[in-house]
Ligand binder design. Structure first.
Ligand code: DGL
Length: 260
């Protein structure tokens, strides 16, 4: 079983992409809505929450865990790999690989939470592979709360996005990494504001593809012909109406959210 966690509903964009690419693999999801957002918290707090989330998934049968959160991937991956004896997949590496392969000019923008941007992990990973690339980063701390609040189409959200993206105006980037699993929900607002020539890299879709390759090359994880994605279980640490609404929007169908 594949375990997936995020600070809230953003990681559902990863779960949805995984469900579509790997329908024969059972999924177990945990959204830590009660403690969202993570991106504004200290690295130590995010590590502690990530350990608890992974423990929950493992105790409930996960044999591989996807950290469907850039903030947690940035600061907690090493600790989870030390503490749990199962494969731990993070979202940064897949997004970096796609960004490097898509960028023609080598000028890449990154948007993410404060924790992700502060960690400098995207710059470090891009430079490791392509030292000549230029990376421009901008923390967008308000966006996760706007998504979790369901304020996706609001005028205020568009204004805030315009202000954040203005930072890239003179950088001539040709690729922008959506370095937060909540941001795919804002993609249709980001693309017109950053310009249609800029390629958006969705860390959720990139991670699902990365996971598919990983499982196909690893004999321990075989899909089951009889598995129906309707049997996948989605847990949250707090059940809110807004969360139910966003999750329905992400999946295009009603998902029964279970409380932990
Ligand atoms: N969706 C998460 C991320 O990718 C978490 C955001 C948060 O809780 O701040 O960073």
């Amino acid at each position: 079983m594949i375990g997936i966690f995020d600070s809230g509903v953003g990681g559902m964009t990863v779960a949805r992409a995984v469900e579509q690419l790997l329908p024969g693999h059972p999924l177990l999801y945990l959204g830590d809505i009660a403690r969202t957002p993570y991106g504004t918290k200290s690295a130590q707090t995010i590590i502690d929450y990530s350990v608890e989330n992974t423990r929950f998934l493992v105790q409930n049968g996960a044999k591989i865990v996807v950290i469907a959160c850039n903030s947690a991937s940035s600061v907690a991956t090493d600790r989870l790999r030390q503490e749990f004896n199962i494969p731990i997949i993070e979202v940064i590496t897949p997004a970096v690989q796609q960004a490097i392969s898509k960028s023609l000019t080598g000028r890449i923008g990154i948007i993410g939470t404060r924790a992700t941007i502060r960690s400098g992990i995207y710059e470090a990973k891009i430079r490791e592979q392509s030292p000549e690339y230029k990376v421009f980063s901008k923390a967008c701390p308000l966006l996760v709360s706007l998504v979790e609040e369901g304020w996706i189409g609001k005028r205020e959200t568009k204004m805030i996005l315009r202000r954040y993206l203005h930072n890239f105006k003179n950088q001539q980037i040709d690729t922008l990494v959506l370095g937060c699993t909540h941001y795919p929900l804002l993609k249709h607002l980001i693309q017109p504001r950053i310009g249609k020539k800029v390629t958006l890299i969705d860390s959720s879709a990139a991670t699902a593809l990365f996971l598919k390759n990983y499982l196909e090359n690893n004999g321990d994880f075989q899909p089951s012909e009889s598995h129906d994605p309707g049997q996948n279980r989605y847990f949250v640490t707090d059940l809110t109406e807004t969360a139910e609404h966003i999750v329905t929007k992400i999946f295009g169908r009603k998902i029964d959210l279970l409380t932990t």
